[in-house]
Design a protein around this ligand. Structure first.
Ligand SMILES: *Cc1c(COP(=O)(O)O)cnc(C)c1O
Length: 401
């Protein structure tokens, strides 16, 4: 925890982590593209190199613009320290590789992000790490598996794309009691709606590419937590090289100044769209933690300030309907991204779970006719009208049984 007085998160989003990096009276953090840093004093250079004195040596290790970004996220998550990465997947893989050794065991859930799931099923097993994936939301099974002993308990809530909810406070307690490092991917939660560290997690991870940046123009990842853990993760990353680019750090830093406004609007839009979708004949099921029909709505309400901008829904007629429907939307990108200011839609089979076979997706409870929606910040009436006209078009052109 920081020893500073806790400032409102919206104010933090605008101001946190910037002051120290301003130069020449500029009001904005500079983009420092320099790869290396000059030292006329050999002793000072040495002191910085061994970490005795603050400063920068080489861009793979640290960079002022990148550090300003890390400082801002760190304060928003109420963490002691943060370190960043070239992508969200780099943050996840480097963090896991920092702690997991052959013979170790990790417990997680079946519904993690598609890339994370690939690490669990493809890469960790061949490094002799035992992976146990529990039913998402089955808290008893998670507890049982954790109690058998594990190095890491890895969670994500809400999940991608069916926005399942795990009780983070309860599971963090279970993990800590069993001596595990509890890691939470908070990409969907965002530091505005959810703070896993305050709920008891050890480390929180973000794909900064998504909501933090918010404009789909920069890749990045970040991990926050206690100094000693983050120091180890930083060391792994500085040597292995998945460093965040200074320009990406700047764009993300700039994006984060409106994080609270965007997430507030996206959460509002998602709630309105979810309710609207529930009333459509062509829609089979709507997945959104803000709906009282969501199986873990109560947990979401307890641990989140708002329910976020992500939802998904399945349509009658499966892939055929999806193929017809999505091109009819005027105010939506049909793209693999999420968390941006524009509404973005895509089928799970081509976005979050493209790496999986149809059988694997079915086993995860992901219908082939599932559409993931990342709500943007457009005016909600226009979004609802847009979906309404697309549905009207489909109902006229398709024979729905
Ligand atoms: C996108 C995403 C990631 C991976 O982030 P990249 O920046 O694309 O590498 C990890 N977790 C979640 C929940 C995501 O949505």
């Amino acid at each position: 925890m920081t020893d500073k007085k806790k400032v409102n998160v919206g104010t933090e989003a605008v101001w946190a982590g910037e002051k120290e990096y301003l130069v020449h009276g500029a009001t904005q953090v500079p983009v420092v593209l320099s790869v290396a840093y000059n030292y006329d004093d050999m002793d000072e250079w040495y002191d910085v190199a061994i970490g005795k004195k603050k400063g920068h040596i080489y861009g793979r290790n640290t960079n002022p613009t990148v550090q300003a970004f890390e400082d801002k996220v760190k304060q928003l998550e109420g963490a002691e320290a943060a370190t960043s990465f070239s992508t969200g997947m780099a943050a996840i893989s480097n963090t896991l590789s920092t702690f997991l050794l052959p013979g170790d065991r990790i417990v997680s859930i079946k519904d993690t992000y598609g890339g994370t799931n690939k690490i669990f099923t493809e890469f960790l097993p061949r490094q002799q790490v035992e992976v146990t994936l529990c039913e998402t939301g089955d808290h008893e099974q998670i507890e049982k598996e954790v109690n058998k002993g594990c190095k890491i308990l890895y969670l994500e809530s809400p999940t991608n794309p069916t926005v399942k909810i795990t009780d983070l406070k309860k599971m963090a307690e279970v993990g800590k009691r069993a001596g595990a490092i509890v890691i939470v991917d908070n990409t969907f939660g965002t530091p505005i709606n959810q703070n896993p560290l305050a709920l008891g997690a050890d480390l929180v991870i973000h794909s900064a590419t998504k909501f933090l940046g918010g404009h789909a123009d920069a890749l990045g990842g970040v991990v926050c937590g206690p100094e000693d853990y983050v120091e180890q993760i930083y060391h792994f990353r500085e040597i292995n090289g998945a460093t965040m680019d200074p320009m990406a750090a700047y764009l993300t830093l700039r994006g984060m100044k409106t994080l609270h406004l965007r997430v507030r609007e996206q959460s509002f839009n998602a709630m309105q769209l979810a309710k609207f979708l529930q009333q459509q004949d062509i829609v089979e099921e709507v997945f959104y933690p803000g709906l009282t029909t969501h199986p873990n709505h109560d947990i979401a309400k307890e641990q989140m300030k708002d329910f976020g901008g992500m939802l998904s829904f399945s349509v009658k007629g499966g892939v055929d309907t999806v193929r017809e429907l999505l091109p009819k939307l005027q105010y939506a990108h049909r793209a693999a991204n999420l968390g941006a200011v524009e509404t973005t839609v895509g089928p799970a089979r081509t976005t979050s779970h493209v790496e999986c076979t149809p059988e694997e997706r079915a086993a995860m409870g992901i219908p082939e006719g599932l559409i993931r929606v990342s709500c943007g910040i457009e005016y909600i009436d226009d979004i609802l009208e847009d979906f309404a006209q697309a549905f009207a078009h489909i109902e006229n052109s398709l024979e729905i049984s």
